[in-house]
Write a protein of this length. Structure first.
Ligand SMILES: Cc1cc2nc3c(=O)[nH]c(=O)nc-3n(C[C@H](O)[C@H](O)[C@H](O)COP(=O)(O)OP(=O)(O)OC[C@H]3O[C@@H](n4cnc5c(N)ncnc54)[C@H](O)[C@@H]3O)c2cc1C
Length: 454
């Protein structure tokens, strides 16, 4: 079933690429437009001008339980480029108690949580049973349980679960800020609990970290583009879509920045919220379906790459408890193709108070945090690069769920993709890929119905 007109995908981030790949895999070649010179959206890599090393716009971490992302990587043939932990384990550095590990042994869930929590020296003995209580509540919080926590922040939910300040600081806050890109005081309990259920209760190894060993573009964007091309589709970069056209209940195509009009049998809009609203046809009353999305707030991420004359950390990944820098990644150990000396990347999520500072200030702050964990004698980096993503993700607060639109729209052949659409997930690669998969299914269904009717 190849339609006469192309199915157009607008936006070459992970959601648009996922839609394009799944449609192409199902026999529907797509025509994808991306405004930048390269696909990848908010997950891309580029060569650092000083070292020539390929670096990412921000360290991206997946977990093994991201089923849709794993399916996408299998389809485009790059799953083997992830380094996945054999058993889930997180290493933290506590300011007064030093390095501590939380590891889930190879037992079926929920026994692995039980053994992991009771056996971990990250938690005080008295806190371990309280943690298990929270685990039980995550297990039960489906259906009515979800409705009860829908208005709560993570901090509100943790208070209900009787969690101690120390466990919140040492465990919940580092976990929440990395999954939600918000601090516990603002992040949505509902989205957090859902993400934890997937990670910790739906499979023994779901929580295992899966870290790209190559740049993000080599992992996702380039192979996804090649897959689409091999299946007869087309990916046009440096091509901005300025308007969507509609007639009656249907979209008829898109206008490009150069003024040309591309007729389409259906369109997947895989753009951020403001850009999606901007391309909707003027006077489209159905356009109200995106009005609420104008209130979606955003959160920033600051990533700092530091190069040293020598290796400066022995672990792969360390969570820094009680510091501004939350996670530190040893790029020399994680990357398949390493260079000389040490290379560390440090992540500050929900970086509201940091994103406006200068590169020198941020490097000094990160170095201070690193020295507090890895020793006062840590040398100065010989090269540093700070990447500030001001609108890295939407801010996953409790009010945001009501503002996220469905992938289905009032126009029968227009579908919405993006990590900010209603996926049930926080703003993650998994959410973006799920939205793309859903749009591909909706697009195929529409074409099947249209063909059967004609
Ligand atoms: C620094 C950082 C770290 C992150 N870390 C993680 C992590 O560890 N784990 C995780 O799961 N997620 C992480 N994320 C989130 C993840 O990157 C995003 O959820 C995902 O990339 C979003 O993909 P998307 O397709 O929804 O949106 P986008 O990537 O924003 O894609 C939208 C695309 O549309 C294009 N576009 C816009 N307007 C037009 C137009 N008019 N015409 C044509 N094209 C247009 C844009 O250029 C862009 O390529 C991180 C994000 C950042 C920024």
């Amino acid at each position: 079933m190849i339609p006469r007109l192309p199915l157009v995908v607008v936006g070459g981030g992970l959601s648009g690429l996922a839609a394009g790949v799944h449609l192409a895999a199902g026999g529907v070649p797509v025509l994808l437009f991306e405004q930048k010179p390269h696909p990848g959206g908010r997950a891309y890599s580029f060569p650092d001008a000083t070292t020539g090393e390929t670096i990412d716009n921000g360290q991206h971490v997946l977990i093994h339980g991201y089923a849709a992302t794993m399916r996408l990587l299998e389809t485009i043939g790059t799953k083997h480029l992830l380094a996945t932990q054999p058993v889930p384990a997180l290493v933290f550095h506590h300011p007064s108690r030093g390095f501590r590990t939380f590891r889930l042994p190879a037992l079926p869930p929920p026994l692995h949580i039980l053994a992991g929590v009771l056996g971990s020296d990250l938690f005080r003995l008295s806190d371990r049973f309280k943690l298990l209580r929270a685990g039980l509540s995550i297990r039960r919080s489906v259906g009515e349980g979800e409705r009860r926590i829908a208005d709560l922040t993570v901090a509100g939910w943790l208070a209900l679960m009787g969690q101690s300040d120390e466990t919140i600081r040492s465990f919940w806050e580092p976990l929440a800020v990395s999954i939600m890109n918000e601090h516990v005081g603002s992040a949505s309990a509902l989205l957090f609990v859902r993400a934890l259920r997937t990670a910790f209760l739906e499979g023994r190894t779901n929580a295992a970290l899966a870290i790209p060993t190559v740049g993000l573009s080599e992992l996702y964007a380039d192979p996804a583009r090649e897959f689409i091309l091999r299946r007869g589709g087309s990916v046009r970069c440096a091509t901005r879509v300025v308007k969507l056209a509609a007639s009656g209940e249907r979209t008829t195509g898109v206008t490009l920045q150069d003024g040309s009009f591309i007729e389409a049998c259906a369109v997947v809009l895989a753009l951020p919220p403001a850009e999606s609203r901007a391309v909707l046809p003027d006077g489209l009353t159905a356009g109200n379906f995106l009005a609420a999305s104008a209130a979606i707030p955003f959160s920033s991420i600051v990533s700092t790459h530091l190069w040293f004359e020598r290796e400066v950390m022995s672990h792969d990944v360390v969570g820094l408890i009680g510091r501004t820098t939350q996670w530190v990644f040893n790029r020399r150990k994680l990357a398949a193709r390493g260079g000389e000396g040490g290379h560390v990347s440090a992540t500050i999520s929900a970086a509201h108070d940091v994103v406006g500072r200068t590169q020198e200030e941020i490097v000094a702050l990160v170095m201070n945090d690193l020295r507090s964990a890895f020793g006062k004698n840590l040398p100065e980096p010989w090269h540093a690069l700070v990447i500030r993503e001001k609108k890295a993700t939407f801010s996953a607060t409790p009010t945001v769920e009501a503002l996220r639109p469905d992938q289905k729209t009032p126009l029968e052949n227009l579908f919405l993709a993006g990590d900010w659409t209603a996926t049930g997930y926080p703003a993650t690669i998994e959410g973006a890929v799920i939205s793309g998969e859903r749009c591909a299914a909706l697009g195929s269904d529409f074409l099947r119905r249209a063909f059967n009717a004609s």
